[in-house]
Design a protein around this ligand. Sequence first.
Ligand code: ZN
Ligand code: ZN
Length: 125
Amino acid sequence: MSGEHKKEFTSGSNSGITRRQAIVLMSLTGFAALLNYVPTAWADDKKHALYGNWHVRCPLSHIDLVTGGTRQHRCETCGRQCFVDGKVTVMCPKGHANIVVLGNVDLLTSYKCQTKDCGLECQGW
Ligand SMILES: [Zn+2]
Ligand SMILES: [Zn+2]
């Protein structure tokens, strides 16, 4: 007779690096090339830019698709600047407008729609 006692004990360990930090690190290299023709308008070391495919909305509610690294965009319909006072309005795939504050952002690669019960990713559609 042998009594086997198995203790099931799982120890979870979480890595300290957040996914967001990893994404930002990866994007930095590719973005450096874009900065060559973008005038430096900010004194700090952050880029305050969208990175990826974003649908941005101008002050008159026209919507343009921007790609790559973007921190200034003139509306293709009316010519108005879409980035105003460090803020830009991005659209989610369902058409909800989200005002994104870029003041403390380096490269924004992901933004979840803030509309209740939506939460879709605004980047990449
Ligand atoms: Zn416009
Ligand atoms: Zn939405």
